[in-house]
Design a protein around this ligand. Sequence first.
Ligand code: NAD
Length: 436
Amino acid sequence: MKIAMVGSGYVGLVSGACFADFGHDVVCIDKDQSKIDRLHEGVMPIYEPGLDALVQSNVAAGRLSFTTDLAEGIAGAQAIFIAVGTPSRRGDGHADLSFVHAVAREVGENLANDAVVVTKSTVPVGTGDEVERIIAETGCNHRVAVVSNPEFLREGAAIGDFKRPDRIVIGTDDEFGRDVMREVYRPLFLNESPILFVSRRSAELIKYAANAFLATKITFINEMADLCEKVGANVQDVSRGIGMDNRIGPKFLHAGPGYGGSCFPKDTLALLKTAEDYDSPVRIIEAVVKTNDSRKRAMGRKVIDALGGMEAARGKKVALLGLTFKPNTDDMRDSPAIAIAQALGDAGVKVAGYDPEGMTQAAPLMPDVQMCKSPYEAIDGADAIAIVTEWDAFRALDLERVKALANSPVMVDLRNIYKPDHMQAAGFIYVSVGRG
Ligand code: NAD
């Protein structure tokens, strides 16, 4: 089967490479010439573990190719996936659908055969209807079914998630659409990955409901962590204690600096907007968005407190370890590190940062942060060290070296990757999250 993937970012490139690995013939299309040039040179435009090998082997096998030319890329494709960005629209938080609509128009204008157009981008309820309308408006006279197939992969574990998904959601009432999608996912069907066929609107909402639920779980445990600090309880024990209940489950119960990334912040906001448009409030999500927003700067204040308060903090230096929103990605979109660095900068604190993969993306977003080549360079002369992202590289820091380099052995561990008694024994003034 020939598949076209329009948009070759974190989702499009991983999905395209995985579909090729299933044996399909895949063309990844992107408007960004430099991205396509790099892919032709065998250089990955993003960091995702295992992606370079997967791309290389499928290119070598002749199943995966790249182009900037949409008309050429979609020629003969039975399934055309839309995997372009849907960021928050500036000003109101609605999902910006301009990229999705532009692709729909270009597909309609260039389609030369019957095809299923599949929205993989995260899009608000009703977007499928609009994509269908735009394609019809172009005068396209081929049979087209517009299907919703939201993506649930996680950056950093994207290939495993795509190949072994908890479920595949397909939203369509169209028989042709269902048949083609069954064929697209047949290799996973054989693996017994559950495929859920629902209406297009249900599929669109499933993605937002899932992300909003996960964001709620994180925000819930973060507030429990704050309460733990006040009452002298340990949030990790609380998480374990509630997570062992199958109705709750142990995942997404790690207290930290607040959720960030390319999905949860924009998707929770977009869900609020949909709810508002339909006059059907989602007050829990409203509270989640507000609570998470204020938490990021509050984490900056936590570091300032560890420096001795506002007065004492001015002119001091903090080493920020981990800048990306989570480990194993170079994605900086809405990373809590940005708000934390800002809060520190506003208080007159000098910030030195280090991240194993995110430095290139971080530098323009954090112009006042001194970017360092190693965690130890950042720690050199620091009055406090803040662990913001739980990269493995920070789990086994040489603590003696850290103490020798730092001006003062203060560590604020916003991911709870060290044990308080161990750190105290090692001579650190150690602050963590929810372990009062
Ligand atoms: P991304 O920004 O990494 O990639 C989008 C790509 O689309 C870019 O390379 C851009 O150049 C390209 N593009 C834009 N307009 C185009 C056009 N007209 N023609 C061809 N290419 C075009 O975004 P992403 O992180 O891959 O996210 C894509 C979608 O998937 C979003 O809706 C997002 O919410 C959703 N999603 C993302 C994740 C994730 O972890 N990143 C997970 C699930 C769902």
